[in-house]
Design a protein around this ligand. Sequence first.
Ligand code: ZN
Length: 79
Amino acid sequence: MRLPDGHRPVTEEVILGDCFRCDRGALQVVRVGELVGPRGEAPLYACRACTERLTAMHHHTHETPVRPYAAADAPTDPR
Ligand SMILES: [Zn+2]
């Protein structure tokens, strides 16, 4: 699976599973990250539509950041 602008999911291995975002099951999904907590971590898998939506949200956040920390190169507060 190839994402817009050359971005790629965490892994390109496609498996059959559940999508963490839309809750549909038995879909082709790719690992897009993990949920990390004090007791460990759980892998997050997303279907193609949700992966593309998450990628679009990522691009939108960097183009029009609501919070300065959303952009890696955002200027720091001069105070
Ligand atoms: Zn989905």
